[in-house]
Design a protein around this ligand. Structure first.
Ligand code: NDP
Length: 480
């Protein structure tokens, strides 16, 4: 039985409470480890360590911080396989996916920000012979990073890397459902030689550790990725304390397919954008709009491809989908499928829990599910399910489909399939989403702004945006 520890002041330590939470393997439904049930006193110890570390860390040359982060990224890369295995076991995703996406992207996140910080510059505003203004960008101090369970190390590092590169000290909390790779990261931070207190990783529940991070008066900025309801709760606490907030929240992403699309590519990529990582990616499309002339043909081809997706043991390379992250989440997804039926939907394929033979018989597996026949306003088409469930709907013209796409409270990502260049630009501009992919999905350039509109969040991560978030701007005006 694996027991994880907190990482505070450079040491791996037990939680103050001395108690632990069971960690369940989603593919088997069995407890396989214990994680610290930490509380506000652990956060307090981490803040004390960060307070002591900040003067030296923030004054360190950017090149030296960068070198440490590069070392950390190399250490992760050297342990690609154990990291991929751990991520898969903790989350239920196929090992091949963790090996090709999650862990390599975590490595890139550290590299990207280790080097981006070297290229950051600030503005100067001349007032002729009267004065000159220049802008300083200084680290904020102690910052909080809270991340979800769907892309555990990938999203954890996406926050920690820019925070550290900008000279802040970090108190970070991974989701208590998927803590394993964050623990492995703390072991490597020690090996890389990070000074004590610069990075602190505290495990435990959101309502204890997460809440204590958000409420702590010395933690001046919080970068959070997770559900919209949790984001609201965090904002309620942090806003009156005038903390800087970056909130990456839920989505209900539209995937718009015009009749003039490259049919084969649109079908194949839509299968990926619907069911990658069991549909547990905030960027997955969950509402597919298909122009009426190709609706039946597209539906047939899409469902045929979806039926080919094998769901089962994440260790087996031929399985395209693994287990959902937890029993509670599986029940939530299944309840939405039942809801869709009561709302008048027809399940075209999938829609059920499966119990693979052997070690995975008690795992949390749901087959990829395609539903048609629902209206725009029903709950199935308005609420985030965050699982392997998509709905299909026909549309007749551009104006109509843009209205459908924009009809939810969310505005994270959208995909548009068309060969008509002008229409692609027009529709991309009209969609209320922070990210629009045209004739592709999940093509990521780390320099681009990442985030959502409406209830999908506030602020942007990625590129220099994140470095700016983790710094305070100061204008210095010098009279000549
Ligand atoms: P949650 O909002 O439940 O949790 C996210 C993190 O916040 C977890 O570490 C959680 O801890 C913690 N937390 C929970 N309550 C509080 C609180 N009161 N104060 C501070 N922290 C708290 O999200 P999920 O983990 O369920 O992740 C799924 C959600 O994340 C989906 O809605 C998805 O759309 C969204 N997401 C958004 C992305 C984006 O970039 N926009 C990317 C990926 C996911 P604990 O685990 O203990 O509850």
């Amino acid at each position: 039985m694996q027991t994880l520890l907190n990482y505070i002041n450079g040491n791996l330590t037990e939680p103050a409470s001395g108690t632990y939470i069971d960690n369940v393997e989603p593919a088997t439904g069995q407890v396989y480890g214990r994680i610290p049930d930490s509380d506000a006193s652990d956060v307090e110890r981490a803040v004390e360590a960060a307070r002591n570390a900040f003067p030296t860390w923030s004054a360190m040359r950017t090149e030296d911080r960068s070198e440490l982060m590069m070392k950390l990224s190399t250490l992760i890369e050297q342990r690609m396989e154990p990291f991929a295995q751990a991520e898969s076991r903790d989350n239920g995703k196929p090992v091949w996916l963790a090996r090709t996406v999650d862990i390599p992207r975590a490595v890139s996140n550290f590299r990207f920000y280790a080097t981006a910080a070297l290229h950051q510059s600030t503005a100067a505003h001349s007032m002729g012979s009267t004065a000159i203004n220049y802008t300083l960008r200084q680290p904020i101090g102690i910052v909080g990073c809270i991340s979800p369970w769907n892309l555990p190390l990938y999203l954890f590092s996406w926050k920690i890397a820019p925070a550290l590169a900008s000279g802040n000290c970090v108190i970070a909390k991974p989701s208590e459902i998927t803590p394993a790779t964050a623990f492995m990261l703390s072991e490597l931070a020690i090996e890389a030689g990070f000074p004590p207190g610069v990075l602190n990783i505290i495990h435990g529940y959101g309502h204890k550790v997460g809440k204590a991070i958000v409420e702590h008066p010395e933690i001046k900025a919080v970068s959070f990725t997770g559900g919209t309801r949790t984001g609201e709760e965090i904002a309620r606490t942090a806003a009156p304390m005038f903390k800087k907030l970056s909130l990456e929240l839920g989505g209900k992403n539209p995937n718009i397919i015009f009749a003039d699309c490259d049919f084969e590519k649109a079908v194949k990529t839509s299968v990926l954008s619907s069911f990658s990582n069991q549909g547990e990616i905030c960027l997955c499309g969950s509402r597919m709009f298909i122009e009426r002339p190709i609706y039946e043909r597209f539906k047939e081809a899409f469902v045929e491809e979806v039926r080919k997706l094998k769901t089962g043991d994440p260790n087996e390379e031929h399985n395209r989908m693994g287990a959902l992250v937890s029993e509670t989440h599986m029940e939530k997804v299944l309840s939405y499928i039942e809801l869709a039926k009561t709302e008048g939907g027809t399940v075209l394929c999938g829609g059920e829990r499966i119990r693979p033979e052997g070690r995975c018989k008690d795992g949390f597996f749901v087959t990829p599910t395609v539903i048609e026949g629902l209206g725009q306003d029903c709950r199935t088409n308005q609420e985030e399910i965050f699982g392997p469930v998509v709905t299909l709907q026909p549309f007749d013209n551009e104006e109509e489909v843009v209205a459908y796409a924009n009809s939810t409270r969310y505005g994270l990502a959208a995909t548009v399939w068309t060969q008509h260049l002008t229409r692609a630009h027009r529709v991309a501009a009209a969609l209320h989403s922070g990210i629009v992919w045209v004739n592709c999905w999940l093509l990521r350039d780390l320099r681009t702004p990442f985030g959502g509109m409406k209830d999908s969040g506030v602020g942007r991560e990625g590129g220099f945006e994140a470095l700016e978030f983790f710094t305070e701007e100061k204008n210095v005006c010098i009279k000549l």
